[in-house]
Design a protein around this ligand. Structure first.
Ligand SMILES: Nc1ncnc2c1ncn2[C@@H]1O[C@H](COP(=O)(O)OP(=O)(O)OP(=O)(O)O)[C@@H](O)[C@H]1O
Ligand SMILES: [Mg+2]
Length: 360
């Protein structure tokens, strides 16, 4: 006979086993980087891989050399493709452009043959599941407001790769990932904005339910390209300056690249805020918030010194239909989405086992 107490004990035991094995993973599938987050002995650890590849001339000697220095590569149609951070190193050595399998947040239409490379990059970051069908939440962009592609193909291809690797994959909106990571103290209510490489993703959540979400197809890559066009520089040179030395509080005394970067940063921030206001104003289902709403910004494009000051200045010029309270930077702007997807995975894994939520 099955007693209620017996069933409860079994559920509790399964839940303990889940916590012990630290089940559940989070994956941030980004245009520039793919991050995996998981727990090891209760602590969150992150792994990262550059979302890029580079093809080199094949040959037995080359293969031997790559194997010897432990570089990940695949052979396809008579070519060798090196993936991840090593691809960037090789592109710099050979003075050639790095190839990127994603563009504007989704699988690039101009790199159709790059699917095996994306699969290998994902595998190298996520590793093997700790149990058959371990849950993994992976980030996907929201539908774009300003471009005529959808995310259906991208979402399903990534899902297939994860299933093939032995996981139970579940997509989650990128902006929602930020809210799960940063707004637990506010009952997962607020606005999350991710300024990435290919896109800006935003989500307004009320008690962990996404109410408004969309993406915009301009962000860090767009800034690099526009500054490059304006000054006759390559986008990769602009990107290097941006990541190494840009200080948005002090551009007057800086180089012409930094001055141009500041101009395009202003343009991007104003464009994002104007788009959010328009979407809020035109949405009849916007909840009535009884207290000021917290706004969190995150993503690599927010990294230069002075970004938050610039953002706040621009925000003070825009009137949203709800009062905005605190505006804060995510605790770790490069990891927030991966951390949020992990929290979603752990919560789901726990629900499956019928146990309590572990603290992360
Ligand atoms: N220190 C830095 N200063 C300025 N920009 C930076 C810095 N570090 C990274 N970036 C920029 O941030 C972007 C990458 O950010 P992130 O990893 O959040 O994007 P992603 O998740 O890969 O892309 P997306 O979310 O758009 O698909 C790139 O444009 C990169 O040049
Ligand atoms: Mg991102």
């Amino acid at each position: 006979m099955v007693t209620k107490t017996g069933a409860k004990n079994r559920r509790a035991k399964r839940a303990e086993a889940t916590v012990e094995k630290d089940l559940g993973k989070g994956l941030d599938v980004g245009t520039a980087f793919i991050y995996c987050a998981e727990r090891e002995k209760g602590n969150i650890v992150f792994r990262r891989q550059r979302d890029a590849f580079f093809n080199i001339e094949p040959g037995d000697f080359t293969k031997k050399m790559l194997n010897k220095i432990n570089v990940k590569y695949i052979e396809k149609d008579g070519s060798l493709y090196v993936i991840g951070d090593e691809a960037m190193e090789m592109a710099n050595i050979f003075h050639r452009e790095l190839r990127r399998p994603l563009r504007k947040g989704v699988i690039s239409p101009s790199e159709k043959e790059s699917l095996p490379m994306i699969e290998l990059i994902i595998q190298s970051v996520i590793g093997r599941p700790k149990c058959k069908g371990e849950i993994v939440y992976y980030s996907v962009p929201a539908a774009p407001l300003d471009a005529d592609f959808d995310i259906i193909y991208h979402e399903n291809i990534v899902k297939r790769f994860l299933e093939k690797a032995g996981y139970t994959p579940k997509p989650i909106n990128e902006g929602m990932g930020i809210i799960f990571s940063e707004l637990a103290d506010e009952e997962f209510t607020g606005i999350g904005i991710s300024f990435g490489a290919g896109m800006v993703n935003m989500c307004l959540s009320y008690m962990s339910v996404p109410v408004v979400s969309f993406s915009l197809s301009k962000s860090g890559d767009w800034i690099d390209e526009q500054v490059g066009i304006a000054l006759g520089e390559t986008a990769s040179r602009v990107c290097e300056v941006k990541e190494k030395s840009l200080d948005l509080t002090n551009v007057k005394t800086q180089s012409h690249i930094e001055t141009a970067l500041a101009i395009y940063y202003d343009n991007l921030i104003n464009y994002v805020l104007k788009s959010i206001k328009q979407e809020f104003d035109n949405n009849p289902k916007l909840p009535r918030f009884t207290k000021p709403v917290t706004l969190v910004i995150s993503g690599g494009t927010t990294m230069p010194k002075g970004f938050l000051v610039k953002f706040n200045k621009a925000l003070s010029q825009v009137k949203f239909p709800m009062e905005i309270g605190k505006v804060k930077m995510a605790s770790s702007p490069l990891h927030a989405v991966a951390r949020g997807t992990l929290i979603a995975a752990i919560t789901d894994q726990e629900r499956l086992e019928g146990g309590p939520h572990p603290s992360v």
